[in-house]
Design a protein around this ligand. Sequence first.
Ligand code: SF4
Length: 415
Amino acid sequence: MIATKEAGLAALVEKYPEVPKSIILKLDLQRRGIAFTEATAEATNDPYYRGPEQTAFSAKDPSRRPLPGPMILRDGTTVISSPVQGQFADPYTIDFVDGRFFVIDRGEIIDEVDFSPRPEFYGKLTSRGVPMESIAWSRPQRLDIYPYRYCHYWDTRDQCKFCAFFTDLKQQKQLAGASYARVVHPEDIYETVREALKEPGRYSQINLTAGTDYSGEVPFEKEVDRYIEVLQAIGRNFKTRRFPSQLIAPAYTKRQVKRLYDETGLSSYCPDIEVWDKELFRWICSGKEKWFGRDYWIQSAIDAVEIFGKGNVYTNFVAGVEFSKPHGFTSIEQALDSNFEACEFFARNGVIYLSLVWVPWKGTGLGGQQQPPLEYYVRLIKGLVEIRRHYGLASDNDDFKHCGNHGDSDLERLN
Ligand code: SF4
């Protein structure tokens, strides 16, 4: 058992005064999920907030209201969470009263929030007629682009067990018709970024990620070629050699990483380890284990530091998935020790080990499982930040101004 009695938000805010309430709230909003009242659903459909009608993961569906962008807490902390019905057992409610949005828990107002405004490029088409909102998704401060909309780990049922990406491809294809393509055309990406950058001061980071494609004469070579083409297309929008960007991608060989650095303006690279423990990695990430195992993923991140420099290589882990049944940890201390060991190991080698809150989406291999208590996440982010501080590392490429999806890089603001 991982928990007997859970401390709630208020108790933890009191117990950990060194962690801002907004960050603890963010962790819990991500952990427990959110639900919109009808008033919120209606208000976020307003042209100021209105989300994309079509994304890389969902086709245009007139029966569904588009979801707005991430929530923004009063200190600028962003929260990426979707009010997907039937997914969460005990979500926070987001209500809209007298022109303001509030986070409500069991009838009590927890805080006031806002939503990321709709970017100006949504609703526009590329010169090839593709909706720009299906090319890039906007956070308050970052553009997310998925140049390849499929993960080949699914072909052999070796997808990561927590993964909810690309689960509904058939439906996407049917609904999107001609505008749907597995490979996104680099010119569409170039034009979408060009249009997005016209909004003054909005974006500080361009993020690329996609499903995994290990094909090629040398494994992953096709994917690397595709990313290079896309990054070069994006780079035409910038006068400088490097532009603020991150590639979240599989572990590549040193030669492949060097090509990405030399042939494009990419500024940071992030091969995700997902879960540190050796046996859990093998079980949860069987695709990554096959192509080509945990040691290869670790070495790839370390080698990339020689190319991108200390602090410009990241690896994300899905915090909480290490408790998954039946093979996961059964104690909080065990899980913290494992993650702190990973953070220390990577930090010593110049790599930043960043947490993402696990959401056991139904429909994934671990759907519906129990998450660890909120206090686990608070202790985890505190420990991660302390370790990185000790090694002189800061998540400059992945902090609240460039990403906004990591409680630990949010907490680094206090450093
Ligand atoms: S690599 Fe894993 S997390 Fe990424 S899309 Fe494929 S299955 Fe999902």
